[in-house]
Design a protein around this ligand. Structure first.
Ligand SMILES: Nc1ncnc2c1ncn2[C@@H]1O[C@H](COP(=O)(O)OP(=O)(O)O)[C@@H](O)[C@H]1O
Ligand SMILES: Nc1ccn([C@@H]2O[C@H](COP(=O)(O)O)[C@@H](O)[C@H]2O)c(=O)n1
Length: 209
C-alpha cells in the first residue's frame, strides 16, 4: 500500500438492510487495491465478566452497547499507517472472543455498522458516508433467515428481540442518522447503479490523493 492517508467510507443502515452486501460489492470493485473492512459489530463491549442470562438482556441496538472509543483509536492508528489488533465478536456467546485479528493499514477503509453515523467523532473521520435504506419488512425477513442460519438463534428469539429492542432502537437511533449520509442506497448490494457511482467517487479520491 501507499503512504497516503486512506480513503475512509462509512456504511450505515438498519440490521438486515444490506450493509455487508454493499461493503462486499465495493471490495470486489477494488479487488486489485488494498481495501480493509472494519465491522462496528466487532467492537461490541466485552461482556465476558457477566453471566449469560444478563448478556441475553443487553440491548445490542443501543449506542452504549458499542466500544466506540476503541473503534476510534483503531481507525486513527490505521490512518497513521500503524497496524492494529481487531477484536473478534462471538454472536452465540454475546461477547468478544479471546482471539484478535492483526490488521495492516490499507488504502481504503470501510467502516460498517448500524450506528456508525450516530457518533460525530466517527463521522468526522469519513470521506464518504453511506446509508443503506431497506424497508423494515425486508430487513426482518433477511435477519430472521440469517440469524437462524448463521448466528445460532431460534425463530422465537429473533422475533422477541426484534419487537423488544431492535425495532424501537432502529426508530430512535438508527433511522435518524440517515440525515448525515452523503449517499442513500435503497435495497443494498443489488443496487448496481449506486455501487457504480460509489466506486467512481472512490477512484476519484484515490487519484487525487
Ligand atoms: N437484495 C437481497 N435480497 C435477498 N437477500 C439479501 C439481499 N441483500 C442481502 N440479503 C441477505 O440478507 C441478510 C442480511 O444482509 P446483510 O448484507 O448481511 O445486511 P446487514 O449487514 O445490513 O445486516 C444476508 O443473509 C444476505 O445474504
Ligand atoms: N450479541 C449480539 C450482538 C448483536 N446482535 C444484533 O446484531 C445486529 C447488528 O448486526 P447486523 O449485521 O444485522 O447489522 C444488531 O441489530 C443487534 O441486534 C445480536 O443479536 N446479538
Amino acid at each position: 500500500m501507499s503512504k497516503k492517508k486512506p480513503v475512509i467510507i462509512g456504511v450505515a443502515g438498519g440490521s438486515g438492510s444490506g450493509k455487508t452486501s454493499v461493503t462486499k460489492a465495493i471490495q470486489n470493485r477494488f479487488a486489485d487495491q488494498s481495501v480493509l473492512v472494519i465491522e462496528q459489530d466487532f467492537y461490541y463491549r466485552d461482556q465476558s465478566d457477566i453471566p449469560m442470562e444478563e448478556r441475553l438482556q443487553t440491548n445490542y441496538d443501543h449506542p452504549l452497547a458499542f466500544d466506540n472509543d476503541l473503534l476510534m483509536e483503531h481507525i486513527k492508528e490505521l490512518a497513521k499507517q500503524q497496524p492494529v489488533e481487531k477484536p473478534v465478536y462471538d454472536y452465540t456467546m454475546h461477547t468478544r472472543s479471546t482471539d484478535v485479528i492483526p490488521i495492516e493499514p490499507k488504502d481504503v477503509i470501510i467502516i460498517e455498522g448500524i450506528l456508525i453515523l450516530d457518533d460525530p467523532r466517527l463521522i468526522e473521520l469519513m470521506d464518504i458516508k453511506v446509508f443503506v435504506d431497506t424497508d423494515a419488512d425486508l430487513r426482518i425477513i433477511r435477519r430472521l433467515l440469517r440469524d437462524i442460519n448463521e448466528r445460532g438463534r431460534s425463530i422465537d428469539s429473533v422475533i422477541n428481540q426484534y419487537i423488544q429492542t431492535v425495532r424501537p432502537a432502529h426508530l430512535q437511533f438508527i433511522e435518524p442518522t440517515k440525515r448525515y449520509a452523503d449517499v442513500i442506497i435503497p435495497e443494498g448490494g443489488q443496487n448496481v447503479v449506486a455501487i457504480d457511482l460509489l466506486a467512481t467517487k472512490i477512484e476519484k479520491i484515490l487519484e487525487l490523493d
